[in-house]
Design a protein around this ligand. Structure first.
Ligand code: F6R
Length: 613
């Protein structure tokens, strides 16, 4: 979380920094700030709130300067206020720093610096870092670069930083460890950003910084990258990936709604070049290139967080059903501390929309160190996870701006399905007729999604009747169980209504005690192998006067006659149902949150990319 931008060149820095922050606002938006270097001074502007608040706060100030750094914050240490907003200044005011990540040993360093007589103005870990750098310059006679190297060698934790020096206005310094940072190289100018989006459209040359690297960007000189021991690092200049830039809302009220409606096209993009419709076959280049390694896997371990973890639960069912290989699904945050028994016979599948989630990245590194082969499923091209894996498949759903993940979820499910189908065919574990029928049914999904999206207005109307609720329960079985978990997560994230997902049959083992006439229960009760069982579960809830909203297969009369409300979805293969059933649940969460007046695209306390532990 937190977004960093920086610029040094010949143009005015302020508009470039602000535009960059806007594109990074998905990473955090509780406060924002910028520092401009101009004529031997550092002008620092900060505001609590969003980037627009920063613009207003600085509107009547001098914003000139051709070098600067800026930041949009998602608080980790210290509440969101102006004092804690970045940039933070060194004690003398000579250096300004912006930081994304967490300095874990900041308290120890802070108390040491306090003993040296330093007083701090904020409660952040970041301020401690810039104080340490200046302390090393003043008390140990180090130059700025050397002081940065010593300070970074001492800190424990994760960081992406950008630094400006009032006394050296022709240079910016940036460094990274475990938090993403990208440098754009223009004509006599450099850009710094947490991801490529602020750089797209400014230059087509980017360098993805690696852990332990420090970039020195000096006006009129080529980019120089060194490590903490001052050894020069070779760097690869890459093109900016296509389709990056500031996405618009295209007439939708929110990015989330737009992204929900994009899903039919996303699935088409995801299948493009991979699914051969006439032949009814699937080819993923990652599977073709690593067929032997993947087919030899004794076990798959899926690591992910949040929505991506829910997609992983569906992926498990695909791989176990089609390939007959056992699959474990772990929260990346738990996996890394659970002493996992893992070796070179395992294949780890890491799923991440952003490709920057710190816990998932750490799980990958751990699995790698134990010899496992790593398959990545990411959305953001060139992201840290995409680069850390041995192979992988992008989901190709385009930039997801809404903080609540929607199209990335269905994209992840689609890629997991393609992976399982391709692998099953390679391993000979699936009947050819089932394989071809599944591929053919998958090709019909975009049209079926369009059908479901037509119920948007109906769901909007229905949502108004649910704003009273303080709790929701979501129930499903088999493939629909992870969809129930995901539906509940969507609702709580953006409407702040407490919601829980359960396997439907688990209800009677405890949660049923919660049921009364006030309690909305969302059932996924589509016509599949579990239908009769789920029907009994619906009756159990109705017998206790719970309010049932059921997602049913079009034409269903039985559940419809018992449930209070129903939402119909077109019939498809059971394994493909998650792709269409998740849409009414996304719309339900969206419209309830809108009815409750919540900031759907930027829900409180959340950030799009969780680059801290
Ligand atoms: C939920 C959501 C989060 C993310 C989670 C993992 O809507 O967006 O739960 O799914 O933080 O993020 P990625 O997929 O970027 O690793």
């Amino acid at each position: 979380m937190c977004g960093i931008t920086g610029y040094i060149g010949t143009r005015e820095a302020w508009p470039i920094l602000i535009e960059g922050l806007r594109r990074l606002e998905y990473r955090g938006y509780d406060s924002a700030g910028a520092a401009l270097v101009n004529n031997g001074s550092l002008s620092v502007y900060k505001a609590k709130g969003k980037v627009a608040d920063l613009e207003s706060a600085a509107a009547d100030k001098d914003r000139s300067g051709t070098a600067g750094i800026a930041h949009t914050r998602w608080a980790t240490h210290g509440e969101p206020n102006t004092a804690n907003a970045h940039p933070h200044l060194s004690p003398s005011g000579r250096l300004a720093i912006v930081h994304n990540g967490i300095i874990e040993n900041y308290a120890t360093i802070k108390s040491r610096l306090r003993q040296e007589g330093y007083e701090f103005k904020s409660t952040t870990d970041t301020e401690v870092l810039v104080y340490l750098i200046e302390y090393l310059m003043q008390k140990h006679g180090k130059g700025l670069l050397e002081a940065v190297q010593s300070a970074l060698a001492e800190v424990v934790g994760a960081y992406a930083i950008a630094l400006a020096d009032r006394d050296d206005p022709d240079m910016l310094i940036a460094a990274r460890k475990s938090s993403p940072l990208v440098i754009g190289i223009g004509d006599g100018e450099f850009y710094i950003a947490s991801d490529v989006s602020p750089i797209a459209g400014c230059t087509d040359k980017v360098v993805y910084m690696e852990d332990g690297e420090i970039a020195i960007m000096r006006r009129g000189e080529p980019l120089k990258i060194v490590d903490l021991k001052n050894v020069e690092c070779r760097h690869e200049v890459r093109p900016v990936p296509e389709n990056i830039g500031l996405a618009g809302k295209d007439g939708f009220a929110h990015f989330m709604l737009k992204e929900i409606h994009e899903q039919p096209d996303c699935i088409i993009d995801c299948m493009r070049g991979r699914v051969d419709g006439p032949l009814g076959t699937v080819r993923l280049s990652a599977v073709t290139e690593n067929k032997e390694r993947l087919s030899a896997a004794r076990r798959f371990v899926i690591v992910a967080c949040g929505t991506s973890w829910h997609a992983g639960l569906i992926g498990k069912q695909y791989i176990e059903t089609f390939c007959h290989v056992p699959v474990e699904v772990a929260y990346a945050s738990e996996f890394r501390y659970s002493n996992p028994v893992i070796d070179s016979s395992d294949v780890v599948i890491a799923i991440s929309q952003s490709g920057e989630t710190a816990d998932t990245l750490a799980a990958i590194e751990l699995a790698k160190s134990k010899g496992a082969f790593i398959y990545g499923i990411c959305n953001v091209v060139g992201s840290s996870i995409a680069r850390a894996t041995d192979t992988g498949s992008y989901i190709h759903v385009g930039p997801e701006i809404g903080v609540a993940s929607t199209k990335a979820f269905t994209g992840q499910v689609a890629v997991l399905l393609l992976l399982a189908l391709n692998l099953a065919e390679a391993m000979g574990t699936m009947k050819p007729e089932t394989y071809h029928a599944t591929v053919k049914a998958l090709m019909e999904i975009p049209d079926k999604m369009r059908e479901v999206l037509k119920s948007d207005k109906v769901i909007a109307g229905l949502s108004r009747t649910f704003t009273y609720a303080h709790n929701f329960i979501y129930l499903g079985r088999g493939f629909s169980y992870p969809v129930a978990l995901e539906g509940a997560l969507k609702l709580k994230e953006i409407s702040y209504i407490h919601a829980e997902g359960y396997p439907a049959a688990e209800m009677k083992h405890g949660p049923i005690a919660l049921i009364d006439a006030e309690m909305p229960v969302v059932f996924i009760a589509t016509k599949n192998a579990m239908y009769e069982k789920v029907l009994s579960n619906v009756q159990e809830i109705k017998a206790r006067k719970g309010r049932v909203l059921a997602v049913v297969t079009a034409g269903d009369k039985v559940v419809s006659s018992i449930a209070d409300d129903v939402l119909e979805v077109p019939e498809t293969l059971e394994c493909l149902e998650p792709l269409i059933v998740s849409i009414p649940l996304q719309l339900l969460a969206y419209h309830i949150a809108v009815c409750k007046g919540k900031d759907v695209d930027r829900p409180r306390n959340l950030a799009k990319s969780v680059t801290v532990e």
